[in-house]
Write a protein of this length. Structure first.
Lengths: 106, 486
């Protein structure tokens, strides 16, 4: 990748690291640089989209008309707890076990 | 190994057994042949060829033999009606199978055994299908070559130096190599049709909501659909008929009984066919020729065939590469090291999350999560995500306008025949452009079918895409059969 491309990056390395934090990912300095180049190339290529006049268009989240699906509030068989917990990496007392959530404060 | 010009045919290198699913199921129901014998042929083909092709992440010999035995016992009792009686089938590894590894070809799920079956799996078993194994794919279905798999790439059976396409490359290659008559894939932006095209088999992306997504590991929920691969249009149609039903567990599942009820069969001489002209200039010569040859053939039968410009479809890919990563970044947030899959420990929950995801996801998945998170983040939402959603409306409106004048549209499935392994790995953008012609269909929620239509550069198969409005599967299948026969 040439320096000229890097200079035009839409997403700089700092931005990559900021987004990575939101996405719960971490990158080395070199990886962040690479990610910055690649994401910028992709967004730049698809920039044509920005020039389309969409004022008269409604945003579409879904291809079909969908409505809430309702049913009677009846108890039906559900997943077995043992079975569900058996695929978890760590379990204690019928619960998912995770590392400390709260830091001790004085 | 090369298939040469031999069309895919199940079991043909080890057996003289009929190769089509419909015929095999009929013979099983009529007690002419046993499900166990068919399975043995499938396992022999797999043993002979999959070492080189790498279609399968997991083979289920023992379990499949049990299932085949059960079908044979049910047939022996009499009155057995299973539409797929004894038919061996392979399942893409992002479709949940109870107690059986379902990895999405990702390190993060490499040891995960789902506690439930996808509804399509339950249905296949009810109809007598025998699940032989789980097939390789691009990690979390993100890719167009099956090279992003944590378990290494699948090879194209026609030329093992080339990719099978993706993301459902394992399923496409297994059918192309004659290991099975049927396989399931999933299609978010072309992941059934593009590998079908590159491997010379039939692949159907159904109307959104026609096939239940319950138990399909989500990539982009508003675009994902499960669909079949087969060596013939008729077999793909049989599989789709089985897969199309209402499922209360999928809130986007359409009402039952819709499949085949709309856009019903018509006389080819009254058919109006549009060739998407703006999809031709960037396609390889062989891919363009397939489309014009198909158009001429249908015109010869009396159909009205003309070229039509639908320039809005060109914007589909830009909208897709915002919408699909945005949905993926949200869907993949569930892989946090808490409830399933890999965990890499850390001092606190956040550090554990970050370490787990950083170690568990491959580069392409990270790229998409980053792209999606960026597009959804404060300050960029309107410019990217909202604009992409509006462009999605534009694409759908353009399709709907075209379908006022045409019953079906034709285009190449892929811009090229299968490319070499490694050719596009280092250039994500060029990989993304492989799906230029398949993506608009997903944005609109419409169905499309890819059928093999001759060979192109270096004798590699070429795919033809036939597109239609929502719930036009019966018509697409009819047109595909006419073209297949001609």
């Amino acid at each position: 990748m040439g320096a000229d491309i890097v200079d035009e990056n839409l997403i700089g390395k700092d931005e990559v690291l900021k987004v990575a934090k939101l996405a719960r990912l971490s990158f080395s300095d070199q990886e962040a640089g690479q990610m910055s180049v690649e994401l910028s190339m992709v967004l730049k290529h698809f920039e044509t989209m920005q020039s389309i006049n969409t004022d008269a268009l409604a945003p579409m989240a879904h291809s079909m008309e969908i409505t809430n699906v309702l049913r009677e509030d009846e108890v039906t068989p559900s997943a077995d707890r043992e079975e569900v917990l058996s695929s978890a990496p760590a379990v204690a007392e019928n619960r998912f076990l995770v590392p400390r959530i709260l830091k001790e404060e004085l | 190994m090369s298939l040469g010009n031999r069309p895919p045919s199940f079991g043909s290198s080890v057996s003289s057994m009929p190769s089509r699913a419909r015929e095999l199921a009929k013979l099983v129901r009529e007690k002419e042949i046993k499900a166990q014998e068919i399975l043995e042929v499938s396992l022999r083909e797999i043993a002979a060829r999959d070492g080189e092709i790498n279609s399968f992440n997991l083979l289920l010999q023992d379990q499949a033999m049990e299932d085949a035995k059960r079908v044979d016992e049910a047939v022996a009792k009499g009155g057995y009606k299973g539409r797929l009686a004894g038919v061996p089938i392979a399942i893409k590894d992002n479709i949940c199978t109870k107690g059986i590894l379902t990895t999405c070809s990702s390190k993060i799920l490499a040891n995960w055994k789902p506690p439930y079956d996808a509804t399509v799996i339950t249905k296949l078993k009810e109809e007598g299908a025998v699940i032989v194994g789980k097939t390789n794919m691009d990690e979390f279905a993100m890719g167009s070559s099956t090279e992003t798999s944590f378990f290494g790439p699948t090879k194209n059976p026609w030329d093992t130096t080339r990719v099978p396409g993706g993301s459902s490359g394992g399923s496409a290659a297994a059918v192309a190599a004659g290991m099975l008559p049927l396989a399931l894939g999933s299609d978010t932006g072309g992941s059934i049709r593009q590998p079908a095209s590159l491997c010379g088999v039939v692949g159907i992306k159904p109307t959104y909501g026609l096939v239940s997504r319950y138990g399909l590991v989500a990539f982009a929920s508003s675009l994902d659909q499960i669909g079949p691969f087969a060596a013939s249009v008729d077999d793909a149609a049989l599989a789709l008929e089985v897969l199309a039903f209402h499922d209360r567990r999928d809130s986007t599942s359409l009402a039952g009984g819709l499949y085949g009820s709309q856009h019903i069969k018509k006389d080819i001489s009254s058919l109006r066919v549009g060739i998407i002209r703006n999809f031709l200039p960037d396609a390889a010569e062989s891919c363009r020729r397939a489309v014009t040859d198909a158009g001429q053939f249908l015109a010869g039968l009396g159909a009205k065939v003309e070229e039509v410009d639908i320039p809005e479809l060109d914007y589909g890919i830009a909208a897709y590469y915002i919408i699909a990563p945005a949905e993926a970044s949200s869907n993949l947030a569930r892989f946090d090291g808490v409830r399933y899959g890999l965990r890499v420990d850390g001092e606190d929950v956040e550090e554990m999350n970050i370490r787990t995801r950083t170690a568990g996801f491959g580069l392409e998945v990270k790229r998409r999560i980053m792209l999606g998170t960026y597009a959804l983040s404060a300050g960029y939402y309107d410019a990217y995500y909202l604009q992409a959603q509006k462009v999605r409306s534009l694409v759908k409106e353009a399709f709907n306008k075209a379908y006022q004048n045409y019953d079906v549209l034709l285009s190449p499935t892929s811009p090229t025949v299968a490319f070499s392994l490694g050719a596009k790995v280092a250039d994500p953008l060029s990989m993304y452009l492989s799906d230029l012609y398949t993506i608009p269909t997903n944005l609109a929620g419409h169905p499309a079918i890819s059928i093999p239509f001759g060979t192109g550069e270096d004798n590699m198969p070429v795919g033809l895409q036939i597109l239609g409005p929502a719930l036009s599967e019966a018509l697409l299948i009819q047109v595909a059969e006419v073209l297949e026969a001609g």
